[in-house]
Design a protein around this ligand. Structure first.
Ligand SMILES: O=C(O)CCC(=O)C(=O)O
Length: 262
């Protein structure tokens, strides 16, 4: 459970380090699963994630993205349903029911792992509305300055949809110090392995490249509230798995309910 002070901090900043969630043994098991799923990606006799690709498309600076590893890995299936996470998301959103929207591993290999450019999550999810407010991000390696931790712009979750502006920021490190008369601050967010970090779906964020000798593996867990409906006009990697009609409440086997707990 989050404390009232943590909830207040999240609402002010648009992000929050929620503290330790996983012990070393659990982290080891999940790390092993990430590498197994990558190694076994060509197999047709076992469940596969929804997608596995190099996010930036550049082979010399890869960011391996795996979407819905929970559908290919029992330990990850348990992680997305973890009561500590879903209870915290319910506290932060005020939701009475939550479903999995999708998950997303981002793996930046040692020395060459690339940048994840500045963005907001909600504008990248045009097949759901209203937006899902909060993502839980769980580090599987210590994520810090040297291996590509996330950075956030405090307060930016209150500034609306600014995805076009963020796309025009040319270099990851060249964020302007002002946006529409507001001071923009960039805060590095180191997260220890096994910790969970929350961010709002409109918070400006991204992560720099990995120049260290260590991998940077982490998973973002995106949830939907009970209000979330399908918007058929949009495009998204999860669209082929939606089983409901335009405007209907999102549900189905790829979007299981995880809160309240049985
Ligand atoms: O893992 C990263 O570095 C970025 C993740 C991200 O953009 C997200 O969780 O929305």
């Amino acid at each position: 459970m989050l404390t009232p002070t943590q909830i207040e901090q999240f609402h002010v900043n648009g992000f929050l380090n929620g503290g330790q969630l996983l012990n070393d043994e659990e982290v080891e098991e999940l790390r092993g699963e990430v590498m197994r799923v990558i190694d076994e990606r060509e197999r047709t006799d076992i469940p596969q994630p929804v997608s596995l690709r190099n996010l930036g498309g550049n082979d010399s600076t890869p960011v391996w993205q795996i979407v819905n590893i929970w559908e290919a890995s029992e330990p990850f299936r348990r992680l997305v349903s973890r009561q500590e996470i879903t209870t915290a998301i319910a506290q932060l959103t005020g939701a009475t029911e939550l479903r999995i929207w999708h998950d997303q591993i981002q793996y930046k290999p040692p020395q060459i792992g690339g940048t994840t450019h500045w963005h907001q999550d909600a504008p990248l999810w045009p097949i759901i509305a209203p937006m899902t407010e909060v993502t839980a991000w769980v580090a599987l390696d210590d994520a810090d300055e040297s291996n590509g931790c996330m950075s956030m712009a405090p307060g930016s979750h209150t500034w609306g949809n600014n995805i076009d502006f963020l796309r025009q920021v040319e270099e990851y490190d060249s964020m302007p110090s002002e946006f529409q008369g507001r001071a923009v601050q960039v805060t590095r967010c180191p997260v220890k392995k096994g910790e969970v970090h929350f961010h709002h779906a409109l918070t400006w964020h991204g992560s720099h490249n990995n120049t260290s000798q260590r991998p940077r593996r982490a998973i973002a867990l995106h949830y939907m509230t009970n209000e979330t409906r399908f918007v058929a006009s949009g495009e998204h990697v999860m669209k082929p798995f939606v089983e409901v009609g335009d405007g209907e409440q999102m549900q189905g086997e790829h979007f299981p309910q995880v809160y309240p707990h049985n």
